[in-house]
Design a binder for this molecule. Structure first.
Ligand code: DOR
Length: 438
């Protein structure tokens, strides 16, 4: 059978060195075949990229997509539609579903579900409990081991050193930690019991709680020389700590909301701003930005964690923590680039290349011949607000509604297939399971 060819003509292509260069990109089946100033052939599909910028698809390394068990909030189909619209062509999903992803069979179940309904590429974490050590290093394919050191989800809490040590001591797979000190949080919850102000959330789960857990995780990683990734770094004191104490085998990520929102958001959007780890101060925003620019923080994740508006209306402290993010992350960061806070090349590194490198995902995160054709064409010429009516996430809201952003995706391509184009999704497109080096 003849190859299927697609050419994206005359867009500004983000090259591997981060520079933007006008050119044509030829895709043959699932792979990028050629990147050149002009490609003299006719393809089966031709996309006019004039006035647009072509980036590698976003790889979102931390999402909570709720299937199985919590499908009233989101499912793998609706979440992957939101990904396609947001330029996210691959995601790594967390184990706090129901049942929890703590065994090979639970992982297999998720992989099967994703194969049948995901419009983009997918990978899943295996979750650590105090009792599933053997599964943690044998479950395959998994992008890594997720440890909730704080912010409990059923059995998914490993807070004491007694249970953490054996996990760090055995195997060599990447360990990703939600670093909050649960004992401190429990104590402070009692101190602030009775408060119905959602801003209390950031006071209870304070920066010391985050720092204590980050320090413990780094010390265990050093003791056992174990690959460690710190999820959603949220505080200035953690960033300052890592600036002087970050071994070369440790990576860290930050979310757009921890860069761009702070505790003022409680006054504007109430419990929609409630997440774990919580939003912090304006100073934390600034220190996290600088740490990202300086490479202390390696990349960006959305921590897409949808809850329904009904659940968010219950009133603090009975409200769940978490906010959606896959549809807004790329335009949020490109808007920062347009404002001169960073370059488009840096955004691509933080949202694609550095993630592929950290998780050793082969063939992704660059626009180069031989790489997978996971691509997103964005419009950096116009600004448009984030509208609730356009959201694909099942939860149906965003903390960034009405923010006027540039860099919205126009066309998203997964493995050479156009999955999103000018506002329309192709629901028949399917992604594939990601593979991970060790
Ligand atoms: O705010 C959060 N919500 N943080 C997490 O780590 C989990 C998430 C969720 O699953 O709702």
């Amino acid at each position: 059978m003849a190859d299927n060819t697609l050419i994206i003509r005359q867009s500004l292509v983000c090259m591997t060195d981060g520079q933007l260069r006008l050119g044509d990109v030829l895709v043959r089946d699932r792979l990028i075949a050629q990147v050149a100033d002009r490609i003299e052939m006719n393809a089966d599909t031709e996309i006019d990229g004039r006035g647009l910028t072509l980036l590698p698809g976003v790889i979102d390394p931390q999402v909570h997509f709720r299937e199985p068990g919590l499908e009233h909030k989101e499912d793998l189909f609706t979440a992957s539609c939101a990904c396609a619209k947001g330029g996210v062509t691959s995601f790594l999903e967390m184990p706090n579903t129901n049942p929890l992803t703590t065994t090979q069979s639970a992982l297999d179940d998720k992989l099967q579900r994703a194969a049948s309904k995901c419009l983009v590429n997918y990978g899943f974490f295996i979750g650590a409990t105090a009792a599933n050590l053997p599964d943690l290093n044998t479950a395959n394919p998994a992008c890594g081991i997720k440890i909730f050191m704080g912010s409990q989800h059923g059995d998914l809490l490993v807070e004491s050193q007694e249970y953490l040590e054996p996990i760090f001591a055995s195997g060599d797979r990447l360990i990703a930690v939600h670093a909050e000190d649960q004992a401190r949080i429990n104590q402070r919850k009692q101190e602030f019991a009775g408060s119905t102000d959602p801003a209390t959330h950031s006071i209870i789960q304070d920066d010391i709680a985050a720092l204590n857990a980050t320090k413990l995780a780094v010390s265990l990683s050093e003791k056992y020389q174990r690959r460690l990734h710190i999820l959603h770094l949220s505080t200035a004191i953690e960033a300052d700590y890592l600036r002087s104490h970050k071994p070369s085998w440790v990576t860290a990520e930050v979310t757009p909301q921890h860069l761009l929102l702070n505790t003022d958001a409680y006054g504007q959007i109430g419990t929609l701003a409630q997440m774990n780890p919580p939003l912090r101060s304006v100073k934390d925003n600034a220190v996290l930005w600088q740490a990202l620019l300086d490479g202390v923080i390696d990349f960006i994740a959305t921590d897409h964690a949808p809850h329904t508006l009904e659940e968010k209306a219950k009133g603090y402290p009975n409200t769940p923590s978490g906010m959606p993010g896959v549809e807004t992350a790329l335009p949020l960061m490109l808007t920062q680039a347009a404002a001169g806070r960073c370059t488009v090349g840096q955004v691509v590194n933080w949202m694609s290349s550095a993630v592929a490198q950290a998780y050793q995902i082969p063939n992704k995160g660059k626009i180069e011949a031989g790489y997978d054709a996971d691509l997103v064409l964005v419009d950096l010429e116009n600004y448009r607000p984030v509208l609730r009516s356009e959201l694909q996430t099942k939860c149906g809201w965003s903390p960034f509604e009405d923010w006027n952003l540039t860099g919205h995706p126009v066309t998203t391509i997964v493995l050479g297939q156009v999955v999103f184009d000018h506002g329309k999704l192709d629901h028949t497109v399917r992604g594939q399971a990601l593979s991970f080096g060790r």
